[in-house]
Write a protein that binds this ligand. Structure first.
Ligand SMILES: NC(=O)c1ccc[n+]([C@@H]2O[C@H](COP(=O)([O-])OP(=O)(O)OC[C@H]3O[C@@H](n4cnc5c(N)ncnc54)[C@H](OP(=O)(O)O)[C@@H]3O)[C@@H](O)[C@H]2O)c1
Length: 348
C-alpha cells in the first residue's frame, strides 16, 4: 500500500523549505501528504504545496493517536522539538498501531541538532565523528555534558531510537547544524545560530567570540538540508532498505566553518551597515557574556552553547543515499552579507 506522509513544522525555517522543495520534486509514488498546522492561515498556506492540513496538538497523546490512526499515516517527519521526547513517543506509538493494523512499514524521523554531537554535550571532538559510525548510539548513551539541559536532548535521540525498536517503527535521527540561507517556506525565513550571533552583537555593540581556540562546526545551506530530508523520504517511499534505528543518524552538512571566520564576516557586515561601530572580534569577558545572555534569553552559561563550541560531526550517511550538497562550506562566508541583511530584515 502506498504511504501517507505527515510533515510537521511546515511554518518553520527547515520545515517550510522542506515543504516548498517537496512540491518541486518528483517523488516516488505515495498516497497523500499531510502537514501539521496550528492556525487557519497556516492551513491555507500548506495547501499550495499539495499538503492537506491537519490541526491537532502534538503534545496531546490522544489527539496524535486519533489523527495518525484515522488517516492511516505511515511516515512522520518531526521538525518541531529537538529537546523533549514526549511528542515523538506519541507519534511512534500511533505509527506502531497503523503498522500493526495494515502490515505496512512505518517510519518516524526526528529532527535533532549538531549541538548534541559536540563539545557541549561530551561527544568526541578529537577526530571526525562520522554520522555513519556504527557505535554512535553507544557514544550518545555515554555522553556527559558540562551543562545539564542539553543532555535531555541527547536522551531524546536515544529515546526515539529505543521506542522505535520497542514498537517496530523505523526511526531516523536527522541532524541539522549551522543552517543558513533564506528559508523558502511561507513562515519563518531565518535560522538559529547566525541569528543568535546578530542578536548578541546588536545588544553588545560588538561581535564577540566565545572560544579561545578557533573551533569549527558543520554548516549547511537550508536548501541542501531540505534535499537530504527529501533523499531519505524518496528512499523510504521506494521501499529501499535505509539505515535506521541505531544506524540511522543523518547529518546534513557539506563541511565545516571556523566560528571565528563566521563572527568576522558578521562583524564586518554589521559594521558596514552601521549596526555596530567596530568589526574587531574580541573574546567575550564576563560583562559581555551577561549582555549576550540577556539578548538571547538564556543563562550566561548557555551563550557558548548558542553560538560557539567544537563539533567534528561529519556527514557521510547522506551520500550513501545519493544526496550531494550543492553549496560548499565556504559559501556561508561568501554570502554572509546577504545572511546578515536577511536576519536584520526579519528579526522580531
Ligand atoms: N535552524 C537550524 O539551524 C537548526 C539547527 C539544528 C536543529 N534545529 C532544530 O530543528 C527544528 C526546526 O527548526 P527550525 O529552524 O525550522 O525552527 P522554527 O523556524 O522555529 O520552526 C519550528 C516549527 O515548529 C512548529 N511548532 C512548534 N511547536 C509546535 C506545536 N506545539 N504544534 C505544532 N507546531 C509546532 C512551529 O509552528 P509555528 O510557526 O506555529 O510556531 C514551526 O513550524 C527545531 O527543533 C530546531 O531546534 C534547527
Amino acid at each position: 500500500m502506498p504511504h501517507k506522509v505527515l510533515i510537521t513544522g511546515g511554518s518553520g525555517y527547515l520545515g517550510g523549505t522542506l515543504l516548498a522543495r517537496l512540491a518541486q520534486t518528483k517523488l516516488p509514488a505515495y498516497e497523500k501528504l499531510y502537514a501539521l498546522v496550528r492556525s487557519d492561515s497556516q492551513a491555507e498556506s500548506v495547501k499550495q504545496y499539495g499538503a492537506e492540513p491537519l490541526t491537532f496538538s502534538p503534545r496531546d497523546e490522544h489527539a496524535v493517536r486519533e489523527n495518525v490512526v484515522k488517516q492511516g499515516i505511515t511516515i512522520v517527519f518531526f521538525l518541531i522539538d529537538a529537546f523533549k521526547a514526549d511528542s515523538q513517543v506519541y507519534f511512534i506509538r500511533a505509527l506502531a498501531e497503523v503498522g500493526a493494523s495494515t502490515g505496512q512499514d512505518v517510519h518516524f524521523l526526528h529532527t535533532s541538532g549538531a549541538k548534541l554531537f559536540s563539545s557541549h554535550t561530551g561527544a568526541p571532538t578529537d577526530r571526525p565523528l562520522l554520522d555513519s559510525e556504527p557505535g554512535l548510539y553507544e557514544i550518545q548513551k555515554s555522553q556527559k555534558a558540562t551543562l545539564d539541559g542539553p543532555l535531555t536532548a541527547v536522551a531524546t535521540n536515544n529515546t526515539v531510537i529505543e521506542q522505535g525498536e520497542l514498537h517496530g517503527v523505523k526511526t531516523y535521527v536527522f541532524v541539522p547544524c549551522i543552517v543558513y540561507g533564506k528559508g523558502e517556506g511561507f513562515g519563518n525565513p531565518i535560522s538559529i545560530q547566525t541569528v543568535a550571533i546578530v542578536k548578541a552583537a546588536k545588544a553588545t555593540g560588538r561581535v564577540y567570540k566565545v572560544d579561545a581556540n578557533k573551533p569549527s562546526w558543520p554548516v549547511c545551506h537550508v536548501v541542501d538540508n531540505a534535499t537530504l530530508y527529501i533523499a531519505l523520504l524518496s528512499k523510504i517511499l521506494e521501499g529501499e532498505s535505509v539505515d535506521h534505528g541505531k544506524q540511522g543518524y543523518y547529518l546534513a552538512s557539506s563541511g565545516s566553518v571556523v566560528w571565528e571566520d563566521l563572527y568576522s564576516g558578521v562583524a564586518k557586515s554589521l559594521a558596514e551597515k552601521g549596526v555596530i561601530d567596530n568589526d574587531e572580534v574580541p573574546l567575550a569577558d564576563d560583562s559581555a557574556l551577561q549582555k549576550m545572555a540577556a539578548a538571547l534569553g538564556v543563562p550566561k552559561d548557555f551563550v557558548a552553547f548558542s553560538l560557539g563550541g567544537r563539533c567534528t560531526f561529519t556527514a557521510a550517511h547522506g551520500r550513501s543515499l545519493g544526496w550531494k550538497p550543492e553549496y560548499p562550506p565556504h559559501h556561508i562566508l561568501d554570502t554572509i552579507d546577504e545572511e546578515v541583511q536577511l536576519i536584520l530584515d526579519n528579526l522580531t
